[in-house]
Design a protein around this ligand. Sequence first.
Ligand SMILES: Nc1nc2c(ncn2[C@@H]2O[C@H](COP(=O)(O)OP(=O)(O)OP(=O)(O)O)[C@@H](O)[C@H]2O)c(=O)[nH]1
Ligand SMILES: [Mg+2]
Length: 234
Amino acid sequence: MILKNMELETVCGITSTLPVNLHPEFAFAGRSNVGKSSLINGLLNRKSFARTSSQPGKTQTINFYHINDALYFVDLPGYGYAKVSVQTKEKWAKMINRYLNGSAQLQLIFLLLDIRHEPTAQDKNMLEWILANKKTPVIIATKLDKINRSQIQTQIKMIRQSLKLKKDIQIIPFSALTKQGRDEIWTVIESHLTPVIDADPAILETVQDSKIIETGQNPEILESVRNLEVPAKD
Ligand SMILES: Nc1nc2c(ncn2[C@@H]2O[C@H](COP(=O)(O)OP(=O)(O)OP(=O)(O)O)[C@@H](O)[C@H]2O)c(=O)[nH]1
Ligand SMILES: [Mg+2]
């Protein structure tokens, strides 16, 4: 895909109304710190368009990135972050659920797993949820550069067995450092791009109205939105 333009269009906090988008959406889910935002940056050839951090729990909102006025990347908050309260975790889980259940444009869910580690109970829950809701998962095994070449197949096999994956579910190894796996992921995305439906003008109007950055009332979210970087041309 030739990247012409990209924009962080909508940021949703816990209490925000989710946008009704007219273009296909591709969501990125996984544990906190697994590399969701880094993968988005890798796909977009940017260093810090989506905010990343060595501290887990960086993405606390659902961020909709509009790409080429044709598709959306949806960066979800990570799960499994120990340092937030049970109430906050529950709110995030609800927010993620609300999005995954409610979006009419969701084409694929990329479920990210660290290639070095055995999937956790939460990873397994996430996968079960995706399959139970008839969504298509693609597993991305992240941080590929952290293991030796000779270990790759062993780790992929371990992930496949641990998740009891059916053959038709793809696992794509990816490194945000070397960008290995990038082209393969784009090929998957492009194969799921459906033509834009001719929209009813009334729907378009509703969509225009929802294109506001909403933050809810949570001070943590306000803070994280305030810290969002203006995309640099890198
Ligand atoms: N070596 C290496 N480091 C990576 C890779 N992907 C991500 N990281 C590092 O892992 C840390 C977390 O990356 P993020 O992209 O912020 O992770 P996230 O899943 O968005 O985390 P949350 O927003 O907290 O859910 C950062 O320090 C990244 O630089 C990778 O492929 N290789
Ligand atoms: Mg993130």
